[in-house]
Design a protein around this ligand. Structure first.
Ligand SMILES: Cc1cc2nc3c(=O)[nH]c(=O)nc-3n(C[C@H](O)[C@H](O)[C@H](O)COP(=O)(O)O)c2cc1C
Length: 450
């Protein structure tokens, strides 16, 4: 046994290679492992979806393996067609949910998603600083410009991409100024002199901008021992630049290694143009995982989960991606390079279109096989369907290729798939020296820096 280990690649890597930079890993509380048909499984615990116990369980499991953070994405609107077959965008408020995890955990980061369009910045600054105090330095903010929901907040239209980022820049700057407006060292708590705080150290911000007017100061002192890390998601040129200027980590949809390498390189370059070090920005693509004991079982899990995705929708996706209309084709017919029309000028995802074209050129799949490709099934994320070993190898390849600094776990298909990700895959990464053995600090910001 020992000899087998000594001769293994893992051992050779551990002994002879320079210490590997550790990955950062977050866990989605979305919960992706109940999407598609998976919530209908006996053991899904879907009844707990709107309780805090459900999320305490995931947070404790994630903390037990020393993940950087748990993370709740968010949307502020409810497409009714999505709730017929699954939870869709129905969800608890992320910041309140994370507050309920604060006292049940001790080290793991609690990353909330809050839009920069719909709320007053004073409220957001206060909520996040409150979560930071309640969790003893573990709050984080996923800064999103939001996907939709304007009509729930009195706006006529969703602002243009340009305006959304203009607003995001101003909003984020105001929130940060508010956090600084009542610094922790203003708090004196001096029983002898009776001095609670030094008002001279607390100041108004008097912000008057294009979208916000805020006097300040915030009515809550800064936690002070560690900052609140910022995470950003948004992939346009403006989104990248904004991310590189403020974010400690970036959540991306990067379905293939080449697109991740390009994005990471660009973000590192952009960070330097904003006078930040390239290493201060961690690219963390979403990682959708369908894990099982064998590849066959993982494949079945993926298919069962997406069993009700309609054929018409899949055909439509293929048409929108690569301009190929297969509606009249028999499912047994093979699709090959000569069948491919010239690339579309503006497919809704250039990356997915390219992946699909390459799969056709390489594999000449039948129509039936094509209909089950992950690009067609709709996950815009990096996707691994297989065993824990398969996932481990692919993650190591991406890490060695400089395609990411970590990832956000989006386990799919079943509760078992989620447990395999946390309880088998993460320990494999630790054994290979790719992930931390233990927390070095109780503060979220420190996890992302280490
Ligand atoms: C991986 C990823 C995750 C996102 N998650 C959220 C989210 O949870 N809530 C939300 O309102 N918007 C979310 N967004 C939307 C972005 O904040 C942004 O509004 C959108 O991507 C448009 O900006 P862009 O053109 O720069 O990509 C996400 C975007 C990406 C790429």
């Amino acid at each position: 046994m020992w000899n087998a280990f000594r001769n293994s690649k893992a051992h050779i890597r551990k002994v002879f290679m320079a210490p590997q930079k550790k990955l950062h890993i977050g866990m989605s509380l979305a919960p992706t492992w109940l999407s598609g048909e998976a919530w209908r499984r006996e053991d899904s615990n879907v009844e707990g979806l709107f309780s805090s116990d459900f999320y305490v369980d995931i947070a404790k499991r994630s903390e037990a393996v020393h993940l950087d953070f748990v993370f709740r994405p968010d949307a502020l609107f409810l497409p009714l067609e999505m709730i017929e077959n699954g939870s869709g965008f129905a969800s608890l408020d992320p910041t309140l949910l994370l507050a309920s995890l604060a006292r049940e955990t001790t080290h793991i980061g609690l990353l909330s998603t809050i839009s920069t369009i719909f709320f007053p910045p004073y409220l957001v600054a206060r909520q996040l600083q409150t979560l930071h105090w309640l969790s003893n330095g573990r709050a984080g903010w996923n800064v999103v410009t939001a996907l939709n929901g304007h009509d729930n907040f009195g706006l006529e239209n969703m602002p243009s991409s340009q305006e959304r980022y203009d607003r995001a820049e101003e909003f984020t700057a105001v929130v940060r100024q508010l956090w600084e407006s009542f610094p922790s060292d203003a708090l004196k708590l001096d029983r002898g002199s009776g001095r609670f705080a030094d008002p001279e150290k607390v100041s108004a911000i008097n912000h008057v901008g294009d979208y916000n007017r805020v006097k300040g100061p915030l009515n809550l002192p800064a936690f002070g021992k560690s900052p609140i890390p910022l995470v950003q998601a948004g992939a346009s040129a403006r989104g990248r630049s904004f991310a590189a200027s403020i974010a400690d980590a970036i959540f991306s949809s990067s379905p293939d290694m080449e697109s991740a390498i390009e994005l990471r390189r660009d973000l590192r370059r952009l960070a330097e143009t904003h006078n930040r070090s390239a290493d201060s920005v961690n690219l963390m693509p979403g990682l959708s995982l369908y894990l099982a004991e064998s590849r066959k079982e993982a494949d079945d899990l993926f298919r069962q989960t997406h069993a009700r995705t309609e054929k018409a929708r899949k055909l439509n996706t293929i048409k929108n991606l690569i301009g190929l209309d297969l509606a009249e084709w028999p499912e047994s017919r093979r699709v090959s390079t000569p069948d491919l029309p010239p690339p579309l000028a503006q497919p809704y995802s250039g990356t997915h279109a390219e992946l699909l074209r390459r799969a056709i050129e390489r594999d000449q799949p039948t129509v039936a096989e094509l209909l089950w490709r992950p690009e067609v099934m709709g996950s815009a994320h990096w996707q691994i369907i297989g065993t824990v070993d398969d996932a481990f190898e692919e993650i190591r390849n991406w890490a060695e290729a400089g395609a990411m600094d970590g990832f956000i776990l989006l386990p799919g298909g079943s509760v078992t798939s989620m447990h395999l990700a946390l309880e088998k895959l993460v320990p494999r990464l630790k054994d290979a020296g790719l992930f931390r053995e233990r927390y070095a600090s109780p503060y979220f910001a420190d996890h992302l820096r280490a």
